[in-house]
Design a protein around this ligand. Structure first.
Ligand SMILES: Nc1ncnc2c1ncn2[C@@H]1O[C@H](COP(=O)(O)OP(=O)(O)OP(=O)(O)O)[C@@H](O)[C@H]1O
Length: 295
């Protein structure tokens, strides 16, 4: 469905994207991941035909994205990283306008989506919060039931309840047979929806992974406080595998099943235990190296 071949956009000074080759199959949900500034938006903008590659190409359904930009933009569902609206319009008027432009005659699906996301479309867009604007952008991308959706950080600004509704929406579209490419910083969203992920770092592909592989790589960071500091020292010495002891507390990263770790810990008296699940940013840092920025 999407084929990038040696796709390059060079902004100078090492910024941009370089030599990206990957493919998204029909019916697949592909995560597009990487730290801030890695080049996700630059890649997506080339898929939309907004900017011309310096070298290489990206094709959608066999058509070059830059040469066939207008047609591709009309057909697919796109959710930009920073949606630009006609701010004076109400949400609903804007969606009607967009539906007309895209030749969507049935507004029923848009209404259904507005209800699902509890979006009140009667307010002017300029008065809406970031999260509400994001809901308008989601409805705009999905309302035509497109075969292909390209989504740039689709849940940015949404609360956890709405993030969950978004995940359900993506799973429904996947069942319908839609192909989706989605950039994201949120592990849960990626874990629950994506079949594979393209991971980019500093403008280059670091890996194309199946989700199972990424899940196996993800670490659980345990912090265990022991009743006695000498127990903490004994546990840290016996566990090894990168356990760090400080006073009565040991921190350890566990990959995969925590069973062996918990059994080893249970040989001692434990005062408290904390679990931190690794974020995507932390995973990039420990697995692929480089900078991890806060979102
Ligand atoms: N028009 C431009 N002119 C010059 N440099 C640019 C331009 N657009 C992007 N860049 C640079 O290219 C690099 C990749 O930016 P891009 O926005 O694609 O990253 P991203 O992965 O989408 O990051 P984020 O997660 O922050 O959205 C950055 O270093 C950015 O500063």
């Amino acid at each position: 469905m999407i084929e990038a071949e040696k796709l390059t956009k060079d902004y100078g000074g090492g910024r941009g994207v370089f030599d990206l080759s990957f493919a998204v199959e029909k019916g697949e949900v592909m995560g597009f991941l990487g730290p801030n500034g890695a080049g996700k938006t630059t890649t997506i903008r080339q898929m939309m035909g907004f900017i011309r590659p310096d070298q290489g190409s990206v094709r959608i359904g066999g058509r070059d994205c830059f040469a066939h930009a207008a047609q591709i933009q009309r057909e697919l569902g796109y959710l930009p990283g920073e949606p630009a609206f006609m701010e004076d319009m109400t949400g609903e008027a804007f969606l009607h306008f967009l539906a007309k432009m895209k030749g969507i005659s049935d507004f029923g699906r848009a209404r259904e989506l507005m209800e699902r996301f509890e979006l009140d479309g009667s307010a002017r867009i300029k008065r809406m919060s970031k999260g509400t604007k994001q809901k308008v952008a989601i409805v705009a991308a999905f309302m035509g039931g497109p075969e292909l959706l390209i989504l740039d950080e689709p849940t940015s600004g949404l609360d956890p309840l709405m993030q969950n509704r978004f995940i359900d929406l993506v799973l429904g579209e996947k069942q319908r047979g839609a192909t989706i490419l989605m950039s994201s910083h949120i592990f849960e969203e990626v874990e629950r929806t994506c079949d594979r992920t393209v991971i980019i770092r500093e403008g280059r592909i670091a890996a194309v992974e199946r989700l199972e592989k990424l899940k196996k790589t993800k670490r659980k960071l345990f912090s265990v406080q022991f009743e006695r500091p000498q127990d903490a020292a004994a546990f840290a010495a016996s566990w090894q595998k990168g356990a760090r002891q400080q006073g009565d507390t040991v921190q350890a990263a566990v990959t995969g099943s925590p069973d062996a770790f918990l059994k080893a810990v249970s040989a001692y008296s434990v005062r408290d235990i904390d679990l931190h699940r690794e974020t995507l940013e932390e995973l990039f840092l420990h697995f692929y190296g480089g900078e991890a920025n806060d979102q």
